[in-house]
Design a protein around this ligand. Structure first.
Ligand SMILES: NC(=O)c1ccc[n+]([C@@H]2O[C@H](COP(=O)([O-])OP(=O)(O)OC[C@H]3O[C@@H](n4cnc5c(N)ncnc54)[C@H](O)[C@@H]3O)[C@@H](O)[C@H]2O)c1
Length: 420
C-alpha cells in the first residue's frame, strides 16, 4: 500500500455478544478496528460488553432490528447470534449496505443458505463466514506443500475430528446444540468446518457423499443404575466421566472463568456455577437431557476425478486437535492441527514441520484461525478488497451443500447390508 494512503479504521457493530461475539470483538480491536455498536438481548452481557469497548448508550441495543433502524455510522457487522438467527440479520444488514462477517453455519437449511448468498451478492457487500480453519498457518502450510508438488497428486484424505467427551457433553448433550430443531445437525454445527476444510485442501469439487451416524450413547437406557437427573444430587456422579460437578464446579473452584465455565454465568464464581448446575441445563444428567443430535458420524466423499476423503467425528475422545492423513502420489502428510510430518516415497525421508499453532483447542482460538480470520476481514473492509477473504459466499455455500447432502444420505440410510 502507498505509504501516504492512511489506513481506514474499520468501525464494527457486533450482533450477539456471546462467546464468539466477545472473542471476535477482542481480536478485531487488536487488529485496529473499533467496536462502535452492539445488539445483545442479555442485559448483563450487553452492559459489560458496552463498558469493555466504551460504546456510548445510543449505540447499545437489545435486539438487532433496533441497531439496523438506528442507521448509525459503521462499516461492517459481525453476526454471532445462535444458528437459527443468522438468516434474517444477514439479509437485512446486507440490504443496508453493511459488510458482514457471519458465524457458521450460515443457516440450518439449504434454502436459507442460498437466500443469504443471493442477497449478499445482490447487495455487493464484502461477506465472510467464520470458517476459521481455512485461515490457520497450519492449513496454509499444508496448501503450500501440496501446491509445490512435494507429495505429488493428492489422491485421498483421512480426517478425524475428536470432539472430546466433555466438549461434546457441554455443547451437544446439555448445551445450545443439543437439539437439531433448535439449532442445527451436529455435522453442520461442528463439522461444516471439516467438510469445508477437506474441500479446501483437496482443491476439487465434491461430487457425492455417503454418511452414517446416530445418537448411540447419551440416551436414557444408558443412564447408570442409581443415577439422578441432576449431577449435584447423584449418588454415582463420582464414577461418571461426564459429571457436571467435575467439568464445571471443580473448574470454578480452581478459579477458572473461561469457556466452558463462562457459559454458566456472566460471573462464574463457585456459588454462581453451583446455582446454575442446580437449575440450568449444564447440571443435567447427560443420559436424560432430551438431546437428539448424533454422538458420532462418518462421511465418505468422492471428489472430481475419483479422489476420495473419509471423515469421522466422535464424542468419545479426549479433547485434541483434528488428525489428518493426506495421501499423495509421491508422499504422505500426517498432521495434528499444529505439526505436519511429510514422508517422501522417493527418498524415504521424513520431514517435520511445526507451524506452532498457539493451541489447538477452542481456547487458543482454533490454532490461530480466529485471529487470522478477523485480520483478513478487517483488512478486506479497510482496503475494500474481498480477495483477502478465504471463506466468501460461493465457497461457503459449496461446502455447506456437502453437509446437507451428507445429512440427506445419513437420514435415508442408503446402502443397507442384506443379511442372507
Ligand atoms: N466459528 C466457529 O468455530 C464457532 C465456534 C462456536 C460457535 N460458533 C457459532 O457462533 C454462533 C454463536 O455461538 P456462541 O457460542 O457465541 O453462542 P452464545 O449463546 O454464547 O452467543 C449468542 C449470543 O447471541 C445473542 N442473541 C440472541 N438473539 C439475539 C438478537 N435477536 N439480537 C442480538 N443478539 C442476540 C444471545 O443473547 C447470545 O449472547 C453460533 O451460530 C455458533 O454455531 C462458531
Amino acid at each position: 500500500m502507498n505509504k501516504k494512503t492512511p489506513v481506514k479504521q474499520v468501525r464494527l457493530a457486533v450482533v450477539g455478544a456471546g462467546n464468539r461475539g466477545q472473542s471476535y470483538a477482542k481480536l478485531a480491536q487488536e487488529c485496529g478496528a473499533r467496536i462502535v455498536a452492539v445488539a445483545e438481548p442479555r442485559q448483563a452481557v450487553r452492559q459489560r460488553f458496552a463498558n469493555d469497548y466504551g460504546i456510548t448508550s445510543e449505540a447499545v441495543f437489545d435486539d438487532w432490528p433496533a441497531l439496523l433502524d438506528a442507521k448509525l455510522s459503521y462499516d461492517a457487522v459481525l453476526i454471532a447470534t445462535p444458528d437459527r438467527q443468522h438468516v434474517e440479520p444477514a439479509i437485512a444488514f446486507a440490504a443496508d449496505g453493511r459488510h458482514i462477517l457471519l458465524e457458521k453455519p450460515m443457516a440450518p437449511t439449504e434454502a436459507e443458505c442460498r437466500r443469504i448468498v443471493h442477497e449478499v451478492k445482490a447487495a455487493g457487500v464484502i461477506f465472510a463466514v467464520c470458517h476459521v480453519l481455512r485461515y490457520t498457518d497450519y492449513t496454509q502450510a499444508i496448501r503450500k506443500i501440496i501446491a509445490e508438488g512435494l507429495i505429488g497428486d493428492v489422491i485421498c484424505i483421512q480426517h478425524h475430528e475428536p470432539i472430546g467427551y466433555w466438549h461434546h457433553a457441554h455443547s451437544y448433550v446439555r448445551g445450545n446444540w443439543r437439539s437439531e430443531a433448535e439449532s442445527s445437525s451436529a455435522l453442520l454445527a461442528k463439522s461444516c468446518h471439516d467438510l469445508d476444510w477437506l474441500r479446501f485442501i483437496m482443491g476439487r469439487r465434491c461430487i457425492r457423499v455417503s454418511s452414517f451416524g446416530s445418537l448411540v450413547h447419551f440416551r436414557p437406557e444408558n443412564q447408570p443404575k442409581g443415577a439422578s437427573d441432576r449431577c449435584l444430587d447423584c449418588d454415582v456422579e463420582s464414577s461418571c466421566p461426564y459429571s457436571a460437578r467435575r467439568i464445571y464446579l471443580e473448574a470454578a473452584h480452581r478459579g477458572e472463568t473461561h469457556w466452558p465455565v463462562s457459559m454458566l454465568d456472566v460471573d462464574p464464581t463457585p456459588a454462581n456455577v453451583e446455582a446454575a448446575l442446580r437449575q440450568g441445563p449444564y447440571g443435567h444428567c447427560v443420559y436424560t437431557s432430551g438431546n437428539d443430535v448424533v454422538d458420532q458420524q462418518v462421511v465418505n466423499m468422492e471428489f472430481d476425478s475419483g479422489r476420495t476423503a473419509s471423515f469421522t467425528m466422535s464424542a468419545f475422545t479426549p479433547k485434541a486437535g483434528r488428525a489428518t492423513r493426506i495421501f499423495g502420489s509421491r508422499g504422505q502428510l500426517v498432521g495434528d492441527g499444529s505439526t505436519i510430518q511429510r514422508y517422501d516415497f522417493l527418498t524415504e525421508q521424513t520431514f517435520d514441520i511445526d507451524t506452532q499453532a498457539a493451541d489447538q483447542s477452542l481456547l487458543g482460538g482454533h490454532g490461530g484461525g480466529d485471529g487470522r480470520l478477523i485480520q483478513s476481514f478487517v483488512s478486506a473492509v479497510a482496503q475494500n478488497d474481498p480477495s483477502l477473504i478465504l471463506s466468501g459466499p460461493d465457497e461457503t455455500l459449496e461446502s455447506h451443500l456437502m453437509v446437507f447432502a451428507a445429512e440427506r444420505a445419513r437420514k435415508q440410510q442408503l446402502g443397507e447390508c442384506v443379511n442372507t
